[in-house]
Design a protein around this ligand. Structure first.
Ligand code: GLV
Ligand code: MN
Ligand code: MN
Length: 415
């Protein structure tokens, strides 16, 4: 396959690099919802889709969706996709890989004048990480649930005080149109997402591709601790109500409880001291708490215990604590028939051994699509020790090629 091939691993890497240049920061790759960089990336993705022979539409929340018709009218749609927003200072392949790999396959079909029994759509979801407005899966939720998915979110503010509704209107989007863009589940054959593994399993085993068996459940909370601001030089230590010292104890407690084992994990990723100043005792602190587990109730029990401990710590220290849940997703199994078809394609195209099947600890748009259709996921090996949500995240040209070949085989045989 030469380097100009529209479905080559090299072309994939070049496109991923090009997209990564649309960043909110000149220093690193950060692309958050509806910033100028984010809107430029959406335009470039739309151009890639048109080049691949797709009809392109943008929905009410800014997702870009390309459609490649089936051989005959009336066929159902196989939806693929992933997100093009990123975490702050993130990796260039998280999400983008699941847009560019299916686009490469469609480009290849288009170049060969080939139509399939099923129509193909690729959704580039505008907001999954939710780094700007502390949302999660905003775009796939809008596609599945319509306007109701935005209830209570439009007044949410970013760090500069801009509301989500204002940002949408400034980008020419109409939140009220979200119902019209909602997908009709009766037209769907399935949803398939290709994603970088974001962990070291495939790397350790020397395997390029894997099939996801299930996606872990997740909970997220915003915790506000309110103490009393005061002078750092004058208030004796026993008389303080230091919100940050209380929060620090809560974080350590969260880490301890979420280290109970199995798939349970817990993370505090955001910590903010309101009006923080070197010579002021912190009066108010906010932090996020993210708790996940593969399945069952382990995450629910851990979150309940951590919240109870936070309340006990707060009352001992004479501070107030308020906990609100901002996100909840149940564990999602991937459909057995899609797992089998993806595995068969990986085995045919990679050759040899049985395809590796593994669970996903990370969340994906597939969790939301699972509300209305069967979902399947293919993982692509993550280089650099398996790191993700980190600028070192990397996918090799060869592994991108393997993913394109396997997905193309899957599409051609999809039944
Ligand atoms: C998405 O990256 C998530 O798992 O939080
Ligand atoms: Mn991510
Ligand atoms: Mn992702």
């Amino acid at each position: 396959m030469d380097s100009t091939d529209c479905a080559s691993g090299r072309e994939f890497i070049e496109r991923a690099e090009r997209l990564a240049r649309h960043s909110d920061s000149p220093d690193h790759y950060t692309r958050t919802y509806l910033t100028p960089a984010h809107q430029a990336a959406a335009r470039e993705i739309a151009a890639f889709m048109r080049e691949a022979g797709m009809a392109v539409r943008t929905d009410a929340v800014g997702s870009v969706i390309g459609r490649y018709e089936a051989a005959a009218p009336g066929a159902r749609t196989l939806l693929m996709g992933s997100h093009f927003d990123s975490v702050r200072n993130g990796g260039r392949f998280d999400g983008v890989l699941g847009i560019l790999v299916p686009l490469a396959c469609v480009a290849k079909l288009h170049a060969a004048g080939e139509r399939l029994p099923v129509a193909l759509e690729v959704a580039a979801f505008s907001d999954e990480e939710g780094a700007r407005f502390q949302t999660s899966f905003l775009a796939s939720r809008a596609l599945v649930r319509g306007a109701a998915s935005l209830d209570g979110l439009l007044d949410r503010r970013d760090a500069d005080g801009v509301t989500l509704g204002e940002a949408m209107r400034a980008a020419g989007l109409d939140p009220a149109a979200a119902d019209a863009g909602r997908i009709d589940p009766r037209t769907l054959a399935a949803y398939v997402e290709v994603h970088i593994e974001q962990g070291p399993v495939l790397l350790d085993e020397g395997v390029a591709l894997g099939v996801v068996t299930s996606i872990a459940a997740g909970l997220r909370y915003l915790v506000k601790v309110k103490g009393e601001a005061g002078h750092a030089g004058t208030v004796p230590m026993p008389m303080r109500h230091d919100a940050l010292a209380a929060a620090a104890e809560m974080l350590v407690e969260a880490e301890r409880r979420c280290s109970a084992g199995g798939s349970l994990v817990g993370t505090v990723g955001v910590l903010g001291v309101k009006d923080g100043t070197a010579n002021v005792i912190p009066g108010e602190v906010e932090f996020t708490l993210d708790v996940r587990a593969a399945d069952g109730k382990a995450h629910l029990e851990a979150a309940r215990d951590v919240i109870a401990r936070c309340q006990a710590i707060a009352s001992r220290r004479g501070v107030a604590v308020e906990v609100s849940r901002t996100h909840e997703v149940a564990a999602v199994p991937c459909a057995a028939w899609l797992q089998d078809q993806l595995a068969a394609s990986i085995e045919r195209t990679l050759g040899g051994a049985q395809a590796r099947r593994l669970p996903s600890g990370a969340g994906h748009d597939a969790m939301i699509l699972a509300e209305v259709t069967d979902v399947g996921m293919m993982f692509v090996r993550c280089g650099a020790g398996g790191v993700s949500h980190n600028p070192a995240e990397i996918v090799s040209e060869g592994d991108a090629q393997a993913a394109i070949d396997a997905l193309l085989d899957f599409l051609r045989r999809f039944a």
